[in-house]
Design a protein around this ligand. Structure first.
Ligand code: G3H
Ligand code: 13P
Ligand code: ZN
Length: 315
């Protein structure tokens, strides 16, 4: 059942975070649904602009509709990840997405507000919810001067003004994470102090973390042992997710980890079975390994086991 992220956030706020997982193809879709059902978790499917272009946006919609039919117990939102204004409007008009992200965080404050407001107005007119972003992810490293690092983090006072003026339904904040497999040069530093200040300014308002893959070190080691070159890859410590949830984070974005599972499975299969040329061979293993990964991640997020409560809330 496709629902808005708003409903999921109402259920989760202050208690746990919902996993938001990016998909690009059939195998990821099946693994995602199996893993979430196995762990009895509500979830968010994320589709990026790149994913819409990879096959065709119509294929992705078709895959999700089919999964909804094959797994009728699943409760999930369909969300555009990092939309520009044109893509967000296209998703709103399609009537398929229950949630869109408008990411104008690279623009100046006033332009970000103006673009976000236009998307919010269009989305709300059709019952669709909007995630916006303030602050900039990436590049916040231990060795960076504090002032320079802080300049990229979300300003709590600005966050309040931004939400009031745009009417967005959730806000992605920058507290030290970054996209991809190489997040921290030294020991990791999530700025929980900044997150706590944002929550004080926006009590009860759903916050979102991007760039939150854990980059499991066993995956990295196995990829490297099978011919990969990902030395130094590092992610967010998943044991910090529950602390983030208490501070208002209701959505945690994960894409890179799924790619790592895919890479590990395929590298190992072709290394260990050079005679294999049936795509279903690594495909089957990937689906199972990805489902396992999702179920484990949901335990860290606290979303595991929440499906019956969410179903009851939806009535
Ligand atoms: O935050 C970005 C996501 O990881 C999506 O990546 O644009 O390569 O599909 P992508
Ligand atoms: P990761 O690169 O850490 O998986 O982040 C994904 C993300 O933020 C998608 O929007
Ligand atoms: Zn992101």
């Amino acid at each position: 059942m496709i629902v808005t992220t708003k409903k999921l956030f109402e259920a989760a706020y202050g208690k746990y975070a919902i996993g938001a997982y990016n998909i690009n193809n059939l195998e990821q879709t099946i693994g995602l649904f199996r893993g979430n059902l196995r762990s009895q978790a509500p979830f968010i499917i994320q589709i990026s602009k790149g994913a819409r272009a990879y096959s065709d946006k119509v294929f992705l919609e078709g895959l999700i509709r089919s999964a909804d039919e094959v797994f009728p117990e699943a409760i999930f939102a369909v969300h555009l990840d990092h939309g520009d204004e044109e893509t967000a409007m296209d998703c709103i008009e399609s009537g398929f997405y229950s949630s869109v992200m408008i990411d104008a965080s690279h623009e100046d404050f006033e332009t970000n507000i103006a673009i976000t407001r236009r998307v919010v107005d269009a989305a709300h007119a059709r019952g669709i919810v909007v995630e916006a972003e303030l602050g900039q992810l990436g590049g916040v490293e231990e060795h960076v001067q504090v002032a320079e690092a802080d300049a990229k983090l979300t300003d709590p006072k600005q966050a309040r003004e931004f939400v009031e003026r745009t009417g967005c339904d959730s806000l992605a904040v920058a507290i030290g994470t970054s996209h991809g497999a190489f997040k921290f040069s030294g020991t990791q530093s999530l700025h929980f102090d900044v997150l706590a200040d944002i929550q004080k300014e926006l009590p009860g308002f759903p916050l979102v973390l991007h760039g939150t893959s854990s980059v499991p070190q066993d995956e990295v080691a196995r990829i490297n042992a099978a011919g990969g070159k990902l030395e130094g890859a590092k992610g967010v410590d998943a044991s910090q997710f529950k602390q983030a949830a208490k501070l208002g984070v209701t959505k945690i974005n994960i894409d890179t980890d799924g790619r790592l599972v895919w890479t590990r499975v395929h590298r190992e299969v072709f290394r260990d079975h050079p005679e294999v040329f049936d795509l279903r061979n690594p495909g089957k293993i990937f689906i199972e390994e990805y489902a396992k990964y999702i179920a484990e991640k949901n335990a860290y997020l606290g979303s595991a086991g929440q499906l019956p409560a969410v179903r009851a809330l939806l009535g």
